[in-house]
Design a protein around this ligand. Structure first.
Ligand code: G4P
Length: 542
């Protein structure tokens, strides 16, 4: 017989879905997010997210840099309800604000939605983010957007996904025409055509007209050639295409594909409906005591992102925690696995864009923001009851490198402290030359913004002005087997060896080609684009 808390947790998990959108800039992520919130009733008129953003720019001064650049550095969590389900949309920072946080957010997600522009197909940022999803085995739902604009054939796009990403595809709905001739989509589950209304207004929930495929009017509603193309495509899909296999979807091996136009709201509701049906509910997580199911009665979670200075008046930091098990309650005390300390979780926050709203409870699959007076680091576990620790979050291959110098010897201590704290927070990766004479830290990042944030914060929080010098590398690889494995291969060329903050060897290359060359010359050397994760990481002394 299950206890009351287990029943409560079971119900909460059944009704929760959590996902992040992966896409390349301009594919329509902001637009789709807005439309999802519109259907979820979280906003009443689309444009609100953008307007909120503009308003924030005008009124908030929480981070001067954000104002200067006019961008959002934070990733936030948007929570909305749809058909009784509680949906958590983890917003991944994109564009110029692409950083390791974008990757880390995926560590807190149970599902990913891959948003593709129908005219462009797969693009570089989407591919990179896909690799992170693949590593985690996240289920991927594909939304092909902008069908109201000229674009590529549906079959060709599916083929691209299969060939390039190695994912099987299943078209849950199927487009009829594209661009000026876009007529709507065919829902293969219900065997109904949803007709697209070109003059539908995109700011409110769309009104949807459906007809059966066998309807006598259908040939008139769709132009004849489009009707026959639909029939042909469907015959092909039914004949040689795979059936929808939810096990494969949940293992991240098959992607259900949807077509629509976020701008005009078309296909968004249909997507939501099937997403809720097919998406993974909050599941079990690997930990030091094995896989822990979400209905485990004690509370636990892990930190996947830290953010500083949201409120300059308080100079506070917020730790974003993914709830994995049990029920979170305001003011509860928890254990901090890495330090062994007891921490009281006061001032918990739920975040909608930049607005903070206090919360009293949270369940598995939810994300909470906690005030972080320097207690938490990325990957930290908090728990009640029996001690457990979740697998850490790996470091992802940086692509930008710069050495950072403090020209003022009297600021030596502040500089060291700042670097060490910012690294611990996960603002940037820090590496050191293996040549002891070169003591300046090397910053390694996935986005330029990370460098700017570090320099800005060193100046504002630690009073140290720094000089940054970009280094000519673009690829980093960790050496499996460490220094011993590296020594065995002897001299290697066209690479620079540095050590990460754990003292592990990392090879830096100018380009992918040099990296491949080394691999070809030394196939015995195993290189990895992702740093191995150790639980309870203890950085070496800097
Ligand atoms: P992002 O967050 O992924 O970068 O993309 P965003 O939603 O900002 O969309 C990028 C551009 O694509 C926007 O146009 C947006 O209106 C447009 N867009 C998004 N979805 C659709 C769609 O389904 N159909 C069409 N035709 N366009 C779409 P913009 O001109 O850059 O901005 P705005 O003036 O519309 O704000």
């Amino acid at each position: 017989m299950s206890t009351q808390i287990e029943t409560e947790l079971h119900q909460a998990v059944e009704l929760r879905r959590n996902f992040a959108i992966i896409s390349h800039p301009d594919a329509g992520k902001t637009t789709l997010t807005e439309k999802l919130l519109l259907y979820g009733g979280a906003i009443h008129e689309a444009g609100a997210v953008k307007a909120r953003r503009a308003q924030r720019k005008a009124t908030s001064d929480w981070m001067a840099m954000e104002q200067q650049r006019g961008i959002s550095i934070t990733s936030t969590v948007l929570q909305f309800e749809y058909q009784n389900c509680q949906i958590n949309l983890l917003d991944t920072p994109g564009h110029q604000d692409f950083s390791e946080d974008t990757y880390r957010t995926l560590a807190a997600a149970d599902n990913a939605v891959m948003l593709i522009d129908v005219a462009k197909g797969l693009e570089p940022q989407t591919r990179k983010l896909f690799e992170v999803c693949k590593l985690k085995g996240l289920p991927i739902f594909t939304f092909v957007n902008k069908l109201d604009r000229p674009g590529r054939e549906a079959l060709e796009l599916l083929d691209e996904i299969e060939q390039e990403l190695g994912l099987q595809t299943y078209g849950v709905n199927w487009p009829i025409g594209v661009g000026d001739r876009f007529k709507g989509v065919f829902d293969r589950q219900e065997q109904k055509i949803h007709l697209f209304e070109r003059n539908a207004h995109g700011s409110r929930a769309a009104h949807d007209t459906t007809v059966d495929l066998g309807d006598a009017e259908i040939e008139k509603l769709l132009e004849e050639d489009l009707y026959y193309q639909l029939k042909n495509d469907l015959e092909l899909l039914e004949g040689v295409g795979p059936d929808l296999d939810l096990d494969l979807v949940h293992q991240g091996k098959m992607t259900p594909v949807f077509f629509g136009s976020a701008m005009t709201n078309f296909g968004v509701e249909l997507f939501l409906k099937y997403f809720l049906k097919y998406a993974l509910k909050p599941g079990a997580h690997n930990s030091s005591v094995g896989k822990v199911p979400p209905t485990y009665p004690d509370f636990s979670g892990f930190v996947f992102k830290l953010q500083a200075n949201m409120d300059p008046k308080h100079r506070d930091r917020v730790a974003f925690i993914r709830v994995c098990t049990g029920k979170f309650e305001k003011d509860m005390t928890v254990n901090h696995a890495r330090t062994g300390k007891v921490v009281r979780l006061s001032r918990p926050q739920k975040l909608f864009a930049q607005e903070r709203e206090s919360i009293d409870t949270a369940y598995p699959g939810d994300v909470i923001g906690l005030n972080n007076p320097g207690v938490f680091a990325i990957g930290d576990t908090i728990y009640t009851g029996q001690k457990l620790e979740y697998e850490g979050i790996p470091y992802f291959s940086p692509e930008l490198f710069a050495s950072l110098r403090n020209p003022n010897p009297s600021k030596f201590k502040q500089f060291q402290k700042g670097i060490s704290e910012l690294r611990e927070e996960g603002a940037v990766q820090i590496m050191y030359s293996s040549d002891e004479a070169k003591r300046d830290p090397i910053m390694a990042a996935v986005g330029q913004l990370q460098f700017e944030v570090v320099q800005f914060r060193l100046q504002n929080e630690y009073g140290v002005e720094t000089i940054l010098e970009l280094l000519p590398y673009s690829v980093a690889r960790w050496v499996e087997g460490g220094w011993e494995a590296l020594e065995k291969v002897g001299r290697i060329f066209n690479t620079t060896t540095v050590k990460d903050n754990m003292g592990r060897p990392v090879l830096l290359f100018r380009n992918e080609w040099n990296c491949q060359q080394l691999q070809a010359d030394h196939p015995e050397l195993k290189l990895s684009a992702i740093a191995p994760v150790y639980s309870c990481e203890q950085p070496v002394k800097e």
